[in-house]
Design a protein around this ligand. Structure first.
Ligand code: GLA
Length: 390
């Protein structure tokens, strides 16, 4: 659905719930990471794109002037309320915590959104590794900017969103998801240097290639605990190598120090060091429209995530097997798991002319092999968060 149509539908829902049209409507996209996985918290490079899936938030001031933010989601049974006259803390329902975290961040900067009635709807599949939570955080930030008329620097906005995720959702994430949801541009990938936070837009508007996203529709619960563990392992590796972060380590340095570290720490570091290199090369490949070259880097990224970093899962590997079988002749350049791992999505780079045939094949084979229906869609690189009304 086009963003404008989606926004109209959310506006109609708002009217239904609250009995009047919304005064503000904002949208923030989810993302798919083309390459550069588990590199952001190692000061490395990432290469995500915003997708045409959004968290849309419609809002108005409460008619009775109350100093509360009342949140309704079309996807949740329970409403969330934020009392602006008390200190903002994490609470229930849990989905409200992303919004609470953003409100707390803006209040700490002296920006008070004031009372609001909000209706939100999201087409970013929850728990699919496509950053539905970053879309909600960045959407909230965009809404607060709109209602207060006080836009903040986009980098600061993304960092506030990351802090909300850390402090209010308890996930020690890196900066990729919030940056792309804030700074994405239509028709471009975003090459982000997570050390300097310098960004470069990489055009990707060749009509003959498409990005296909395959949702395994599984989410393994070990996800966030294992994420924190990987972060800690990377820090150990950096300490053992005597570098500030794995961004500073070379493959040679790692090989020389191999005997001084456990096999697991060695493999974690090997993934990160090689993935940072692959990401830089993939950005070059995209600039040159070298799709087979980019595809090969994506396959290599997957194997490294599966074998060295150990964040894949049987369902993701099954999709990869199916897509690899379809192969170059069937219109596939490459594919890999995307996002934190342990479930979620595969991202594939495919010939636009073969998208339909490839999608049918994946859906049928995945159902046969796992008994699960996959969610499959393609997306062009979308724009970051925007104010649609207000
Ligand atoms: C999650 C985190 C990101 C990043 C990826 C792995 O999506 O939120 O910051 O670390 O995992 O690349």
């Amino acid at each position: 659905m086009l963003l404008q149509e989606l926004s109209n539908a959310v506006s109609a829902e708002f009217q239904k719930y609250y009995g009047r049209p919304p005064r503000w409507i904002v949208a923030a996209p989810g993302r798919v990471n083309v390459i550069g996985e588990h590199t952001d918290y190692n000061d490395g490079f990432v290469l995500p794109m915003a997708i045409e899936r959004y968290c849309v938030m419609a809002a108005d001031r409460p008619l009775d002037g109350r100093n509360l933010i009342n949140l309704r989601s079309t996807l949740e049974a329970e409403e969330a309320t934020i009392d602006l006259s008390a200190p903002i803390k994490p609470g229930i329902p849990k989905w409200g915590n992303y919004v609470r975290g953003m409100v707390a961040g803006f209040l700490a900067r002296g920006i008070n959104p004031g009372g609001l009635e909000v209706l939100l709807h999201s087409t970013v599949p929850p728990g699919g590794g496509l950053s539905s939570s970053a879309a909600l955080e960045v959407g909230t930030a965009t809404l607060i900017e709109a209602v207060t008329g006080q836009p903040i620097d986009p980098v600061e906005k993304a960092l506030l969103a990351q802090k909300a995720e850390h402090d209010f959702a308890g996930v020690p994430c890196g900066i990729m998801d919030q940056f792309i949801s804030t700074l994405g541009q239509a028709g471009h990938l975003l090459l982000l240097d997570c050390r300097t936070r310098k960004t470069e837009l990489i055009p990707m508007n060749d009509p003959s290639v498409m990005v296909l996203i395959v949702n395994t529709n599984v989410k393994h619960e070990l996800g966030s605990g294992e994420y924190a563990k990987r972060r800690a392992e990377c820090e150990s590796a950096a300490n053992l190598l005597g570098v500030a972060s794995l961004r500073d380590a070379t493959p040679d340095q790692l090989e020389r120090a191999r005997g001084e570290m456990s096999e697991v720490i060695y493999r974690r570091a090997r993934h990160v060091i090689s993935e940072i290199e692959r990401t830089v090369h993939a950005a070059e490949g995209i600039r040159e429209s070298n799709w087979p070259g980019v595809g090969n880097l994506m396959y290599a990224s997957h194997y490294s995530l599966r074998d060295d970093y150990e964040v894949s899962c049987p369902e993701l590997d099954t999709v990869i097997d199916i897509v690899e079988d379809i192969g170059y002749r069937g219109g596939v350049y490459g594919c890999r798991m995307t996002g934190g791992g342990f479930g979620g999505c595969v991202v594939a780079l495919v010939k636009a002319s073969a998208v339909e045939a490839i999608s049918h094949k994946i859906a049928a084979e995945y159902k046969i092999r796992t008994g699960i229906e996959a969610g499959i869609f393609s997306s062009r690189p979308a724009a970051g968060a925007t104010v649609i009304k207000g």
